[in-house]
Design a protein around this ligand. Structure first.
Ligand code: DAH
Length: 345
């Protein structure tokens, strides 16, 4: 055919050959992208040939050139695809190489030149408590720090305007939720959440942050930590509670320590008690509250009090850490002063 050697066909063939050659020698994915938009764009050599289509009067010649233009474009795209794959493979290998980290080197330099951080005293105490309770067969659970009135009070046998609510200086949150929303004043609401979610028997401890409207001083903080315990099973008695507190005391503090329970009042337990720990020297530490889970609380957790019974306990973690490390002022534990933190390992 005469068209095969027409000037347009020749122009197209050389544009294609040049284009493929430059695609093959492109050196990065970015280059290739720029190159392709030049080659296939409106100002490219192929576009120039395409523009001349309109001037061809011979229909056959026009058809032949039109399909040759399409073929050329297809060929450019497939060459670009092949090259792009090669480049990406190479670039990926290069990236892996450049991001490679020699862990042995890092570990060595950390040991010799970097000071290691330490866990906060309260974190250390929490982890030790968890370990001890796990050893006694408990599981760990957590609940939200922002709670509804229902979980923080009502489900714990404190209906609205129950006087026992004033045992906690509560921080309220403005919200659109019906009823009030509070920063939880204790970890006890997690008892309800666990009862609602886990089928009994339940042996759980629930550590976490709690909040009260307090002015910070040596022994009080508006934000502190508690750990809650909950046991629900068939035929659980007060003796199981006393025995568990005693086992915990020995496992956590040491075999020279013992515990005692004193009658007390909490709305969510009946009977209720406070428990103290006796040091080997005969002095006592007040630790927390405990008791048999009140039937109203079991019901709020979705359990039938005729079938299930249980006990609960709760105590503060910060004061224990303070006690254990001989810290004089709770505020020091939260000052983020490295000279303080460094004293404890
Ligand atoms: N929630 C109580 C408080 O913050 C502590 C407490 C007392 C927890 C008795 C309990 C319990 O689980 O049975 O003061």
């Amino acid at each position: 055919m005469s068209t095969s050697s027409s000037p347009e066909m020749q122009q197209l063939a050389s544009a294609l050959a040049e284009g493929v050659a430059s695609i093959r020698s492109s050196t990065s994915s970015d280059d290739l992208r720029t190159l392709m938009s030049a080659l296939t764009g409106k100002k490219g050599a192929i576009a120039t040939v395409k523009a001349s289509l309109g001037k061809l009067t011979d229909i056959d010649a026009r058809k032949a050139l039109g399909s040759a233009v399409n073929d050329a474009l297809n060929e450019l795209h497939s060459a670009a695809e092949t090259r792009s794959r090669e480049l990406r493979t190479a670039e990926f290998a290069e990236q892996i190489q450049s991001e490679r980290v020699d862990m042995t080197e890092l570990a060595l330099s950390a040991r010799t030149t970097q000071r290691r951080g330490r866990m906060h005293l309260v974190t250390q105490a929490t982890e030790r408590l968890e370990d001890v309770f796990i050893g006694l067969g408990f599981q760990i659970a957590e609940g939200p720090e922002v709670e509804t009135d229902f979980y923080n009070f009502e489900a714990l046998n404190m209906p609205p305007s129950h006087p026992a609510r004033s045992m906690w200086d509560t921080l309220f949150i403005e919200s659109d939720v019906e009823g009030s929303v509070v920063l939880r004043t204790h970890t006890s609401p997690v008892q309800i959440r666990v009862m609602q979610e886990w089928p009994p028997p339940i042996y759980a401890v629930m550590p976490g942050r709690v909040f009260r409207k307090e002015t910070p001083d040596a022994t009080h903080m508006p934000v502190f930590h508690q750990i809650e315990g909950l046991v629900i099973d068939r035929g659980i008695t007060f003796a199981d509670l006393a025995g568990t507190i005693e086992s915990f005391t020995k496992a956590f503090f040491g075999s020279g320590f013992t515990s005692r329970l004193r009658p007390s009042y909490f709305p969510f337990t009946e009977p209720s008690a406070e428990f103290d720990i006796r040091r080997p020297d005969g002095s006592w530490i007040e630790l927390g509250g405990c008791g048999m889970v009140h039937p109203h609380v079991l019901r709020a957790g979705g359990l039938d009090p005729n079938e299930w019974s249980g006990f609960a306990f709760g105590f503060g973690i910060d004061r224990m850490a303070k006690e254990r490390h001989g810290v004089n002022d709770l505020r020091d534990m939260y000052s983020d002063d490295v000279r303080f933190t460094e004293q404890f390992s």
